[in-house]
Structures are given as C-alpha cells and as structure tokens.
Design a protein around this ligand. Sequence first.
Ligand code: SAM
Ligand code: SF4
Ligand code: SF4
Length: 386
Amino acid sequence: MSENSHTRIVPLIDQRSAGLSIPDSHTAGALLPAQGQLRDTRGRQLHDLRISVTDRCNFRCSYCMPKDVFTKDYPYLPHASLLTFEEITRLARQFVAHGVQKIRLTGGEPLLRKNIEILIAQLAALRTVHGLPLDLTLTTNGALLARKAAALKSAGLNRLTVSLDGLDDRVFRAMNDVDFPVQDVLDGIAAARAAGLGPIKVNMVVKRGTNDNQILPMARHFKGTGIVLRFIEYMDVGATNGWRMNDVLPSADVITLLQQELPLLPLEASQPGETAQRWGYADADGKHDPAAGEIGVISSVTRAFCSSCNRARLSTEGQLYLCLFASQGYNLRELVRGESSDAELASAIAHIWQARTDRYSELRGSEGAAPPGEGRRRVEMSYIGG
Ligand code: SAM
Ligand code: SF4
Ligand code: SF4
C-alpha cells in the first residue's frame, strides 16, 4: 500500500471530536469582555467568521470529498452533535461583539441543511458593533439554488458565492463526480440573480490537467455579466485529496493565459485583507472597462496571505478553528451547551483569538509546516468549510 493510499483511509472522527483546551477564562477575575475588536499575536484583527452548517454534500469533488473516502459508510456527524440554529446564533452574537462584520455560511453543502433560511433570518437580525447589518453571505455548489434562491433572499441573505469548476458538461460532471449537469448550476445562478441576490461571485478551483482548459471558456462566459469569476489555486487542505504541487496551476499562469485573449490590468484591493487579487478587463485604450467587469485570483499556495488573515472558522459541531490547515479546534459547543454565560463565551473567544499564531501558508514546505503525522491530521475542508 502506498503512503498516499494509507493516508486516505484513516477515519477522521477521533481527530474531529478531540478539542484543544480553552484557555481558562471562567473565573470572574480573568473574564475578557468584548470590546468591539480583537487582535491575535501577529496583530491580525478578527473580522470574518465562517460557519459550517453541515459536513455532508451532494457532490464528491475529488479535491475536497473524494468518493473513495466519503462513501456511504463514512462517519458523518450525527444530527445531535451539530450546533442548533440557536447555538450558532448565540455564538455568532459573541463574535460580532468582538468586531466580526462578515459571516459566511458554508459546509459541506450549506443548502442541504434543513431550514437554512431560518438560520439566515436569525443572523441577518444581528448588528455589528457600529450598528450596521452584517455582510451575510453563503458559498454553495449551486445544485439546489434554483429551488432555494428566493427563500434565501427573503430570509435576508445579502450575497452569494457559487462554486463552478467548468462550463463543459463532461468536465463539470467529472469534477463533481456525481454526474451532476452544469446546466442546473447555471440555472441556479440565473435564479439567484432573478431573486435579487447579488453581487454574485463564482469560484473555480483550477486543477492542472483536469479543468485548466475551462479557464478561458469560463472567463468568456462571465465577462460583462456583473458576476465576478475567481480562480482559486488547488490547496493542500485536509488529508484525503492526494494533493501534489504538480496539480497546482499558479495564478500567474492563469493570468498569462487569459491575457493572450482578454487583456487585463491589475486593480486595487477593494478592502484590506482581501484574499483575491483583482484584475479588470481592459478596453481598446488599455483602461479598465467597468462594463466588462473583473476577475480575481486567489493564490492560496503561491502567494500566502497569512499576514492579513482575519478569519475564524466554526465547525459544524462547534469547534473553533483558527486556520484552514489546523489539525484541532477549540470546543465551543461544550461551553454553549454547558452553564457558560454570554460573557464567559465572549471571554473564551477573546482568549483563544489573542493567543493565535497560525500562518501555515507562509511556512508551507518549510520545517515549521511539515505535514502532520498520524494523530495530528489536518481537518477536512468539508468539515470546517472553505
Ligand atoms: N459546498 C460548497 C461549495 O462547494 O461551494 C461550500 C463548501 S466548499 C468546501 C467551499 C469552497 O472550497 C468551494 O469553493 C470549493 O471549491 C473550495 N475548495 C474545496 N476544496 C478545495 C481545495 N482543495 N483547494 C481549493 N479550494 C477548495
Ligand atoms: Fe461538496 Fe463543496 Fe466540497 Fe465540492 S467543494 S465536495 S461541493 S463541499
Ligand atoms: Fe489564514 Fe491559515 Fe490560510 Fe494562513 S494558512 S491564510 S493563517 S487560514
């Protein structure tokens, strides 16, 4: 058995439920109250919260939930261990009190979580420390979007990201590995636009030799539609996708390819800490043509953005992860289901974030980021969301 195939069959359940101990903030004297902003050891201010609402998915993208690992016998989380909507909202409220302004629902496939609109409505009612509505968004594979778009909008969802890895039906069916037709996702995007959900972004993970022939067709298709297409470098998240550096097509190569047909020029970041580098379509005079729009590249592998990483991730069962590449999280569910007051929850979050040192992508390939050995396996993307 090769090293790789050995890695792919080890069940992940134990590592998921093991949690890091929460710094002891439960004694009255040590309580850290929410003050509207929170910085970690590297000065990074908590701004975004990603919440995974299910670890299940109706796709089997090979880079995320490969079919041979995520079989019907895979130990998905039992319903009782999932955070309830009330628990999620209560935790989200503490994060917002610490300065979180943006919440993204993800998964697994978030639209598979029953009555997700109820959670959206609860989160949409929260206000930032400045009294403003949250930037509330969701990432979906789009399979159920045509059916759900109107309900998501009326529940209070602001905007949406749809993952789509190609336009060619054959390539798309192979990428999702459940033979799902691309037209249904395109119909979902159309339904989302018709429902008034926007701006819409489309994320395409690029895997060299698998869907790189879809880069130009995708760019042509979305140019001038108001939808921002973003190309994401295939990442070494989790422990099951058999990642190899050779499969990564660097963003610089994506830009070079696009430039041959569709002239682009670099645009300023629209907000600090933005993970995507923006490129605008140029007009005949070489100036940005806003009507043609823009694309983005997310160079998670070739250009680490740890120095501005301001995201926390809450897993489906309430573990708080400080990095996409972490092997363990902090068990907040234990607090939320126990006797802890809101002040104690807020204090625990403060202690955890203030001690944060994570910067995996900056260290990737160096000794500091050596692949974790048995017992320290990285958590799966489908468990904490992208
Ligand atoms: N199921 C939803 C979807 O696909 O949009 C939400 C969850 S999915 C884990 C979130 C995002 O992570 C998707 O855009 C997906 O393409 C991306 N993703 C998953 N595995 C990845 C990997 N190995 N490298 C880069 N992006 C990845
Ligand atoms: Fe499912 Fe999204 Fe992962 Fe694909 S990327 S398997 S759609 S969770
Ligand atoms: Fe943030 Fe971790 Fe990614 Fe660095 S590697 S950008 S710390 S999630």
